[in-house]
Write a protein that binds this ligand. Structure first.
Ligand SMILES: [Zn+2]
Length: 725
C-alpha cells in the first residue's frame, strides 16, 4: 500500500502566506489610520487599544491565555490518540525471569484503529515470540507517514525473545519489522511469499540497518505442515485465502496448550490460484485440541460470507471486450490473484500488459520468482512503449486505486505521468473500494473528477450499477459467517477476536455466544492487556505499556512532541519578533522585525502591523531593565499574545528574539550577542565592557549590521528576502 497524504488542518489555511518586515524607522505612516492614538508610544497604559481589524475587541489577558490553551487542548486531544508508551500511564513490569507456568498473551497493537500495526506477544516463562509486526498507515498528522507499535515492553523481555512469526506479507503485518527487529533481534518466520515480501521491504527501506545487524529469516512450507521448534514452542503454518499470496494461520504449540492466530483471511472456496484454505488441516487441529483461538474479526459487522474472488472475473472479461481503446486497471498492489485474473483476461482479448507502480512491480517480482503468477511470454511490455502501441492492444495494470498521491493512476489522471497521457477513448477501471476510515474517499473522488474531465470512461465498484458493469471488487477479509466457521473448525477452549476495532470484536463475540460458545470463554481485548492462561483458565492480569511511534517520510521516528508543535503551528501560526536593543538604555536600535508564518498575511495587514510595531516599542520601554532578560522575554511574549488576540481573535505561537548591543561607543560585532528563540538560557547575553575598546562602529552601525545578518539568516531559513517584501 502506498503512502497517504498529510492533510492540512487548522482553520487558517487561507492565510498561510505572509510577508515580513514593515517600514523601518521613519517609514511611511499608516495610510488609513482611523485612530490618531494608534501612533502608540505616547499612549497611556490602561486605555483601550485602537482596533485595526473587523474582529478586534478588547479582551483580558486571561482570555487571551485561555484561547491559547484551547488550541493546546485541541492539539493534545489529537496527539493523545498517538501516545508513546512512556506516556500511557500504564505500569511497567520489572525485568524478571518468571517461573510462573502460565501462558501470557499480550497485544502490543492491532486491537484498535480497525486492525493496524498488528503485533501480539506470546510469552511463557523465559521465552517469548512475537506474532506479526505491522505498521499503521493513513495517520493524518503533519509530516507523518505511518505509525508503528511502541514496543517499550520488548525492552523488558528482550532476553526472552526467540522469534517473529508473520501471518502474511501486508504492511500492517510486516511494516514495523525494519524499525523493531534491529533493536530486538530474532529470526523472522513466515511462508515463502511472506519472507520474500519481508526481504523486499528491508531492501527498499530508506534507512540503513545498524552495523552488525543481519536479517535472519526462516521460510516455512505451509502446504506440508512442517513444524519447527522455537525454544519450548513448536510453530506450524496453515494456508488460508486472503488478498495476498502466502497467507497463513499461525499454529503455536506451547507447554500450556495450542494457540492459533488466524492472521487476515476469508474462506474463499475457489481462489484463482487454487491455493484454497487448508480446511482439512484446520479441522484436524481442532480435533487435536486448541487452547486459544486468536480470530481475525475486521469485517465482523458484515453478515454472511464474503463472495469469492472469482465473482469479479466476468466483469473484467466483459469490460476488456467492449472497451474501444486502452484499458487501465487500478488495484491493490499485492493482490496477485486479481492481477492474474487481469492478465488472463488481457491475454484472452489479445491485449499486451504493461504495469506501473513501484509497490506493484516489487510484489510481482516476488510472485514471479516463486512461480505464483504466470504471465505468458511476450505479453509483458514496458510502460514506456504503451504510447506507440495500438490502443485496443494493451491493458495497463497499475497502483492508485485509492487515489494515493504520486501513485501511477493518480499521476496519469492529473496529467503528470512521464509516459501516459490519457485521452477520450481510454477506459479506467478502479478495482477496489475505499479503505474504510482511511479518508481515501476524498482522494478517489478528486481523481475520478480529473478522469472525467478528460472524458475517460470510468468504471467503479461503488457506482457499478449506473456505470453499467458487474462487481469490480471483493474484500480479502471474511464476513461474520467466515469467522464463525473458523471457531467451528478449531473448537477452541478460549477465543479472543483480534485485528479489528472494539466494535468488530463485539459483533464477533455476540454472534459466537448466540451460536452457543460459552460466554465466559470469549472476550474482547485491548492493546497492552495481559491475559494469562492455564490449561483450563483465562484471566486478565495487569497491563504492559503500549502506544504508537510516529514515522516520517524518511523512515525516521519522530517524537510526538515535535508533531505537537507542528499541530500548534497549524492552529494559528507563528509570529517571531526580533528586537535589537541598547544594553544600557533598553532603547530599540532598529524598528522591531516581525516575521509571521501562517498567522496573517502581513502585506494585507499594514495597519495592524504598524500598530503592532508601535505597541511593541512602548512595551519594550516599559518592561526592559525592570527584570532579567528571560523574564523580559516571557513578559513580552505574554504581552504580544494578548495584543494579537485582542486584534485578531487568534492566538499564534509567539517567539521573541532579543538581540542586545552594548552601548557606550561600541565595541564592534564582538560585543553583541544574539539571543535566538525561546531556548536560550539566562539573560547573560550582554558582554563585558571591560575589554579594550575599538571605536570602529557606532551602536547604530552595529545595529544595522545585526539587522543585515538577521536578514540573511532569515532568507536562509525561510527562503524570503525581507528587504524585497
Ligand atoms: Zn492482510
Amino acid at each position: 500500500m502506498d503512502k497517504k497524504p498529510n492533510n492540512n488542518r487548522g482553520r487558517n489555511n487561507s492565510q498561510n502566506n505572509s510577508g515580513s518586515n514593515g517600514p523601518k524607522k521613519g517609514g511611511k505612516k499608516p495610510s488609513n489610520n482611523r485612530n490618531s492614538k494608534s501612533s502608540g508610544q505616547q499612549m497611556p497604559a490602561g486605555k483601550p487599544r485602537p482596533k485595526t481589524t473587523d474582529v478586534a475587541r478588547s479582551a483580558s489577558r486571561g482570555e487571551a491565555i485561555r484561547a491559547q490553551r484551547r488550541n493546546l487542548d485541541d492539539v493534545n486531544k489529537l496527539i493523545d490518540k498517538y501516545k508513546m508508551a512512556e506516556h500511557s500511564g500504564k505500569p511497567a513490569r520489572a525485568n524478571v525471569i518468571s517461573n510462573d507456568p502460565k501462558l501470557k498473551i499480550i497485544a502490543l497493537g492491532g486491537m484498535d484503529s480497525g486492525g493496524s500495526k498488528n503485533m501480539i506477544v506470546v510469552e511463557y516463562k523465559d521465552e517469548a515470540v512475537v506474532i506479526d509486526c505491522g505498521n499503521e498507515l493513513g495517520i493524518d498528522l503533519p509530516g507523518i507517514n505511518y505509525g508503528i507499535a511502541d514496543v517499550s515492553y520488548l525492552e523488558q523481555i528482550k532476553h526472552k525473545l526467540k522469534a517473529y512469526i508473520i501471518t502474511h506479507g501486508h504492511l500492517d503485518h510486516i511494516g514495523g519489522l525494519p524499525h523493531i527487529v534491529p533493536r530486538y533481534p530474532a529470526p523472522i518466520y513466515g511462508s515463502n511469499f511472506t519472507i520474500g515480501m519481508v526481504h523486499r521491504f528491508f531492501d527498499n527501506f530508506g534507512i540503513p540497518m545498524p552495523e552488525g545487524f543481519s536479517l535472519e529469516t526462516v521460510s516455512m512450507n505451509e502446504t506440508t505442515h512442517e513444524k519447527l521448534k522455537i525454544g519450548s514452542f513448536f510453530v506450524e503454518l496453515v494456508r488460508v485465502t486472503h488478498s495476498i499470496p502466502g497467507s497463513t494461520v499461525v499454529v503455536l504449540d506451547t507447554p500450556v496448550g495450542r494457540v492459533v492466530c488466524t492472521g487476515d483471511y476469508k474462506l474463499d472456496p475457489k481462489p484463482h490460484d487454487h491455493e484454497i484454505s487448508d480446511l482439512e488441516r484446520l479441522r484436524e487441529l481442532g480435533k487435536e485440541g486448541v487452547l486459544l483461538l486468536l480470530n481475525e474479526c475486521l469485517s465482523a459487522a458484515k453478515p454472511g460470507r464474503t463472495p469469492p474472488e472469482a465473482t469479479i472475473e466476468g466483469t473484467f472479461v466483459d469490460l476488456f471486450q467492449r472497451s474501444p481503446g486502452r484499458v487501465f486497471v487500478g488495484c491493490f498492489s499485492s493482490n496477485m490473484n486479481r492481477i492474474q485474473m487481469l492478465v488472463n483476461a488481457a491475454v484472452a482479448h489479445n491485449r499486451k500488459i504493461a504495469m506501473d507502480g513501484r509497490s506493484m512491480l516489487s510484489t510481482l517480482e516476488v510472485a514471479i520468482k516463486l512461480g505464483m503468477i504466470k504471465i505468458p511470454k511476450g505479453t509483458f511490455v514496458p510502460i514506456a512503449t504503451v504510447p506507440n502501441m495500438k490502443d485496443d492492444g494493451v491493458v495497463i495494470i497499475c497502483t492508485g486505486s485509492q487515489g494515493e498521491p504520486n501513485s501511477a493512476l493518480q499521476r496519469m489522471s492529473s496529467g503528470d505521468h512521464k509516459h501516459i497521457k490519457l485521452k477520450a477513448q481510454d477506459t479506467v477501471i478502479l478495482s477496489s473500494t475505499p479503505i474504510p476510515e482511511s479518508g481515501n474517499d476524498r482522494l478517489i473522488s478528486g481523481m475520478v473528477d480529473d478522469l472525467n474531465r478528460k472524458n475517460v470512461n470510468v468504471y467503479r465498484h461503488t457506482t457499478r450499477e449506473i456505470d453499467g458493469c458487474g462487481p469490480l471488487h471483493v474484500s480479502g477479509h471474511g464476513s461474520l459467517d467466515d469467522y464463525m466457521d473458523m471457531i467451528d473448525m478449531l473448537q477452541p477452549k478460549f477465543v479472543m477476536p483480534i485485528y479489528g476495532s472494539i466494535t468488530a470484536q463485539q459483533y464477533h463475540n455476540r454472534e459466537a455466544i448466540r451460536r452457543g460458545f460459552p460466554q465466559a470463554n470469549i472476550k474482547t481485548i485491548d492493546n497492552g492487556e495481559i491475559n494469562e492462561f492455564t490449561k483450563n483458565s483465562m484471566k486478565a492480569n495487569g497491563e504492559v505499556p503500549t502506544g504508537i511511534q510516529l514515522v516520517d517520510q524518511t523512515g525516521a521516528v519522530v517524537n510526538n512532541v515535535v508533531v505537537k508543535d507542528r499541530l500548534m503551528l497549524s492552529e494559528d501560526g507563528l509570529v517571531v519578533i526580533i528586537l535589537t536593543m541598547d544594553k544600557k538604555t533598553g532603547r530599540l536600535m532598529t524598528s522591531p522585525d516581525i516575521i509571521s508564518r501562517g498567522f496573517i498575511y502581513m502585506r494585507d495587514s499594514e495597519e495592524l502591523m504598524n500598530l503592532f510595531r508601535s505597541e511593541l516599542k512602548r512595551a519594550v520601554i516599559q518592561r526592559y531593565k525592570r527584570v532579567d532578560l528571560d523574564r523580559f522575554k516571557t513578559e513580552l511574549k505574554d504581552y504580544v499574545t494578548h495584543f494579537l488576540y485582542e486584534q485578531t481573535q487568534r492566538s499564534p505561537i509567539v517567539i521573541p528574539v532579543v538581540n542586545i548591543i552594548s552601548g557606550g561607543g561600541g565595541n564592534g560585532n564582538k560585543n553583541s550577542n544574539n539571543d535566538k528563540g525561546s531556548n536560550s538560557s539566562n539573560g547573560s547575553n550582554d558582554q563585558s565592557n571591560d575589554e579594550p575598546k575599538v571605536p570602529e562602529k557606532t551602536p547604530e552601525q552595529i545595529a544595522q549590521d545585526q539587522q543585515d545578518r538577521f536578514a540573511v539568516l532569515r532568507q536562509q531559513l525561510l527562503g524570503h528576502d525581507p528587504r524585497t517584501d
